[in-house]
Design a protein around this ligand. Structure first.
Ligand code: PMP
Length: 386
């Protein structure tokens, strides 16, 4: 992992790995800083002050199955889903997590039978989110293990399939691919928001993960939520989080509640005189601009290609548009076999196809950086020649 610091690139532990010359453009991570300007424009509307005496208990609502869930946060989640129409919340348990990353692990724990003779296979269609295999195998659990590309899964055994839609890294709209009796599905909807893809239906699956990281850009707040149909699964997920971190930061949940309310308010103003641009307009327009800019740069260079997406109607915005994902899945055309190394020579840091279970001709590029970095990137990409 690397971070850029001015003209240098340093690894997370601080060692310098490159210096001098052209500025390094780091688009390896998906750090969603591009919404920063929107939130700056909101000024104090989303400022949330917590006094020293407030929210000091471990408990939020002991009458709720998820006893550390802040009611204000749950209310904001339900309101936003209803407004956007991207997920059914009726008759669902909400489990809050420290990012959807914690909920992913809680869900694996909750979905696996405790006494199986061997670990459950966890699969996802390649290219899959690079953290799935890492998170699944990190602690060498006896309950589950990474089973690889769902397209290649042929065992006649129970399995968990992760369905990410729109998908990280390639932005495709996805459904389960294994479709066998003994399968359990987990749907990761981190990107099922109207700035990235048309909202064509309210998702209605057994276990759905969401996060503020990619919806509003508040990755640092570390808040995600799961919508869970089955009470026992929700109870076990809650238990996992209780054992793991004894709940989830109230400060963060309340901040996230305030942010989600602000998003809903901005989109839900009927006849209000206030001049606030709806968040999903702002973010849609920005993503649209960036994808146009990227496609023009790719065309100009002539060395790369990008996926195309079908045009669909969005029930939320009333627009018909092609997905404009949070990541670009760039392919090196021609002889270049290792796209990540090739771009690295041009001081552009990306994540290569191997991390996502496919060949190194592909790289994933974050579309969510600040404007300055993104402009620099498209300018440099457009100039690349063999
Ligand atoms: N799922 C997917 C598909 C993601 O891309 C990400 C973030 N990169 C996450 C989950 C994790 O999100 P969080 O910040 O909520 O832990």
């Amino acid at each position: 992992a690397h971070v850029s610091r001015g003209k240098q690139v340093v690894s997370i532990d601080g060692t310098e790995i490159e210096d001098g010359g052209e500025r390094v453009i780091n688009l390896d991570h998906g750090d969603p800083t591009m919404y920063e300007r929107f939130w700056q424009q909101m000024g104090d509307k989303t400022t949330f002050v917590i006094s020293g005496w407030q929210y000091i208990s471990y408990f939020s609502d002991v009458t709720n199955l998820c006893w550390f869930l802040e009611p204000e946060f749950a209310k904001a989640v339900v309101r936003l889903h209803k407004l956007v129409g991207n997920a059914i919340t009726k008759d669902r348990y909400i489990v809050v997590g420290t990012g959807s990353t914690q909920l992913f692990q809680a869900a694996l724990y909750a979905l696996c039978p405790p006494n199986a003779s061997e670990p459950m296979n966890v699969v996802s269609a390649a290219p899959f989110y690079s953290s799935y295999p890492l998170m699944t195998d990190f602690l060498k659990s006896g309950l589950y293990k990474w089973g690889g590309d769902a397209h290649k899964f042929s065992k006649d055994r129970p399995y968990i399939e992760l369905v990410t839609s729109p998908n990280n890294p390639d932005g495709s709209t996805r459904q389960a691919v294994v479709n066998r009796n003994q399968g359990i599905l987990m749907h990761d909807f981190a990107y099922y928001w109207p700035q990235y893809t048309p909202i064509s239906f309210p998702a209605d699956h057994d276990l759905m993960l969401f996060t503020v990281s990619k919806s509003t850009g508040h990755a640092g707040t570390r808040i995600g939520w799961a919508l869970v149909k089955d009470k026992e699964v929700a109870r076990k997920m809650t238990k996992f989080i209780e054992i793991n971190t004894i709940g989830v930061s109230k400060d963060s949940q309340l901040r996230a509640a305030r942010i989600l309310q602000a998003v809903a308010d901005s989109c839900d103003r009927v006849g209000s005189p206030e001049e606030v641009q709806p968040f999903f307009d702002y973010s849609y327009i920005l993503m649209e601009k960036r994808w146009k800019q990227l496609r023009a740069a790719v065309k100009k260079s002539g060395l790369f290609s990008l996926p195309d997406f079908p045009s669909k109607f969005c029930n939320f915005s009333g627009r018909t548009f092609e997905s404009q994902p949070a990541f670009a899945w760039l392919k090196c055309e021609g002889e270049i076999e290792d796209c990540e190394s090739f771009l690295r020579c041009h001081r552009i840091l990306t994540r290569g196809g191997k991390h996502f279970g496919v060949c190194p001709k592909y790289v994933r590029i974050s579309m969510l950086e600040r404007d300055e970095m993104f402009d620099l990137f498209t300018e440099r990409l457009s100039q690349i020649k063999l």
